[in-house]
Design a protein around this ligand. Structure first.
Ligand code: ATR
Length: 508
């Protein structure tokens, strides 16, 4: 496994803008890539001075549109910009570009000769921005011209299987300096685990907040790479964990787990790995030696047939959100119910739900874990759901009541209103204006726990709060289910007492 260098891609319109990004991330990077194709034409004339303006080794790249860049004029003009970047080489090499990116089909010998004469290393690159590249070894052999070049292949995977194949192929590659990248969300692991691919460089972009253009899909900013993913400390001994689902939009789980590893001082990393099918994540996990998986929609149920053993609670709930190896076997369990129970009891300041009459809104996957938790804590509940059949099925597993989710149930909801637990996705982004119980008027005595945490206050939470009710969103459930997973994965207590919950809540 190599120690990859962190490169910041500079996609500013002006050199001044690029210099601002370099200064912002200076502590987290080893080199930069000046994407001259993003500069305005007058700024392109000034690139020769750039290396000495920043005092960080720099790659000169003029990326064509067809390779994911901005350059649309002809190859002649592109060569002229490169020549401008290389001209009048300084004897002090730090004042020249350190590398130049030349595509596999770029054939201007004078540029290559100039680069070699001035000690500027050539990155020979091949990009496929619409699909995968297979047979990496043959591809590199085909690109190979001189032994001093670095070979870069970047492609867009169609699925996680394309990324698994890249990791498998990379292991067998003959020793050469290579850069291997699978772009986009499927390929995110290739950014963080670039060392496992023996990649010479991993590329990053300034954060979205800085207003910069992301140089390629899937890149993150170098500070997040170092601080959240602990990039500098990843080595052969690092234990890898992941969260999977599809499409696996913004997930807070990497924050919860990676912060936990850092506070506990253990050599682990946790990545988001989207997979369209459960088979793909399991194959990816064995290819990379992933030790544990958090599983989210839509795989919590469909992954179960692939496991060797499943905990009784996961069988009763009917889904697994946690998978890890136990005695060499793939073991699945569910921490949603216990995570929910812990979060709820903390919020209520109680030891159980005895004597409480509780409404559970919804009867889907999340409601199954909630119903399990409410029953285990000895609460009495009524399940309200749009599909009455599903409400009935779930309620009958625990001896609860059930009813339809409409105005005809408002009296029944009033009777079960000590605690209302909202489990449907209604009110979640991108539709924050929706309300799952618009027919119900809060009186003020109800306690509302909405398992949604994005947005942090849903419409129904606001209505309840305005009526004087105590309300909580589901962020604490997310943290507690993650903390329990951490314990299964690492065998250690989650360092939650360090005020981590508050810290994470602030960072979110
Ligand atoms: P999850 O795993 O997130 O709970 P799910 O299993 O698809 O997701 O369940 C979604 C829940 O939200 C279900 O209870 C669903 O009601 P139905 O069983 O009637 O489908 C409920 N739900 C989703 N969208 C809804 C809507 N627009 N109106 C009412 N209920 C809705």
């Amino acid at each position: 496994m190599v120690k990859s260098k962190i490169c910041l891609c500079l996609t500013g319109k002006t050199l001044d803008e690029d210099i601002r990004y370099v200064n912002k991330y200076r502590d987290f990077i080893d080199l930069v890539e000046l994407r001259a194709d993003c500069l305005t034409e007058d700024q392109q004339l000034k690139i020769r001075e750039f290396p000495q303006m920043i005092d960080v080794p720099a790659i000169l790249t003029v990326r064509r549109k067809s390779d994911g860049g901005n350059f649309s004029a002809g190859e002649g003009s592109r060569a002229v910009i490169m020549a401008k970047g290389l001209a009048y080489a300084n004897l002090d090499k730090t004042k020249n570009f350190a590398y130049i990116d030349l595509e596999d089909d770029f054939n201007v010998p004078s540029i290559e000769e100039a680069a070699r004469a001035f000690g500027i290393r050539i990155i020979r690159s091949f990009h496929n921005i619409t699909g995968p590249v297979q047979h990496i070894e043959f591809k590199i052999q085909g690109m190979s011209r001189f032994n001093d070049e670095i070979y870069k292949i970047a492609f867009k995977p169609n699925s996680l299987s394309d990324v698994s194949r890249l990791f498998k192929e990379a292991e067998k590659l003959e020793k050469k300096d290579v850069i291997l990248i699978a772009m986009g969300s499927f390929g995110f692991a290739t950014r963080v685990l670039s060392g496992k691919l023996n990649s010479f460089i991993t590329f990053t972009s300034p954060s979205h907040e800085s207003g910069a253009l992301q140089a390629a899909p899937g890149q993150i900013d170098p500070e997040t790479l170092c601080k959240l993913y602990n990039f500098r400390n990843i080595n052969e001994d690092t234990k890898i964990f992941a969260v999977t689902g599809f499409p696996l939009a913004a997930t807070k789980s990497p924050l919860i787990h990676n912060k936990g590893y850092q506070l506990a001082g253990i050599n682990c990393v946790y990545l988001p790995v989207p997979a369209a099918r459960p088979e793909e994540i399991l194959d990816f996990s064995s290819a990379l030696g992933i030790r544990g998986l958090s599983v989210t929609v839509p795989h919590k149920e469909t992954i179960m047939p692939f496991l060797d053993d499943i905990s009784p609670s996961a069988i009763k709930i009917g889904s697994c959100n946690t998978i890890f190896r136990k005695n060499g076997k793939l073991y699945g369990t569910n921490t949603d119910a216990d995570g929910f129970s812990k979060a709820l009891l903390d919020f209520l300041g109680r030891k159980n739900l005895k004597g409480m009459k509780i409404s559970i809104i919804g009867a889907g996957g999340a409601a199954k874990a909630v119903a399990y938790g409410v029953h285990a804590l000895r609460g009495k509940a009524c399940i309200f759901n749009r599909s009455l059949e599903k409400a009935k099925k779930l309620a009958s597993a625990y001896g609860f009541k059930f009813a339809s989710l409409d105005i005809s149930s408002s009296n029944l909801l009033s009777k079960y209103s000590d605690l209302i637990i909202q489990t449907t996705p209604i009110g979640m982004l991108p539709e924050p204006d929706k309300d799952p119980i618009p027919f119900y008027s809060f009186k003020g005595h109800e306690i509302l726990y909405d398992i949604i945490y994005e947005p942090s206050e849903t419409k129904v939470m606001k209505r309840a709060r305005d009526a004087g009710c105590r309300v909580s969103n589901g962020f604490s459930m997310l943290v507690h289910q993650g903390a329990l997973q951490f314990e299964f994965f690492t065998g250690m207590q989650y360092p939650i007492d360090n005020g981590l919950l508050e810290k994470i809540t602030k960072e979110k």
